[in-house]
Design a protein around this ligand. Sequence first.
Ligand code: FPP
Ligand code: MG
Length: 308
Amino acid sequence: MKLLELIEEKLLEELDPKVKLVLETGRYLIEGGGKRIRPLITSLSCGMCGGDPEDAIPLGIGIEYIHAASLLHDDVVDGAESRRGKPSANLVFGNGITVLTGDFMYAKALNIFATHGDIIMIKIVSKSVMEMAQAQVLELSNIGEIIDSDTYFKIIDGKTSSLFGASMAVGGLKAGYEDWTTLYEIGIRIGRAFQIIDDVLDYEGNPEKLGKPISNDLREGKVTYPLISVMDKIPNDLIREVIEEINPDPRKIEELRNLVIEKGGTVKARNLAKEEVNKARRLLETFPDNIYKDEVVSIIEFVIGREL
Ligand code: FPP
Ligand code: MG
């Protein structure tokens, strides 16, 4: 059976809560879709480092549970209305049940790492969640603020890159490859590219493919790289009218979105994402060639070219 099919099958099987509503809520998010990039990376990293990719599947499932938990919590924090083309879990089940199911999934993940992994993996993964939570606080506290690129990278490295770093590192560790820091850095670079493209898609993606409306970031007062990269070419008043307003005028949002694209902000952001994946590729060159390494490269290419 193909790796992705095995991952998909185990994702629901492993969850196994005692309370039906926890299963329903967890299942709702998991069955809602998702590209399973992180668990694939974990298995491929294990294969790339000389292990059997299937041995790392439970660890990849643990990583995906952390990702799922973070999305459940994120939708409550953001007051989201849709995720993966469906009403978000907070709308369907309410904030309380959504947060608690996220707690369950996070604890389940740590339990998996304690069972199928080791103490180093638990350290890496828990540190990554600490970074995610802190980055979310940093992002939240900067809503309505015009941030610079330093703050932007602190936010994306914490909220997204760190879990990609952990995904790569635990796969290698499962294969017995102890120098996990290079693997972690490859993951960080992939994660950065992933989040930058995510932020580009919020400007020029197709809402139907994405399963959520575009311009969410501007509407919520979030400044991301496409805007940061052309900030000096756009009238400051317009930026403030959108970012600093609690309920910005939709016409102003559209005007700012179009100007960011016209001034080359999304092209600059895509180029930056490409630079990050090139750095990841260079780091990958230090590993021996094999089919799993080739598949990591394919995932990297997918991250850059993706439309959802
Ligand atoms: C989505 O970002 C959210 C994240 C990438 C991370 C969320 C992290 C936490 C809530 C802290 C960690 C918590 C646990 C339980 C592991 P986004 O809002 O930019 O993207 P979106 O458009 O998909 O919502
Ligand atoms: Mg969100």
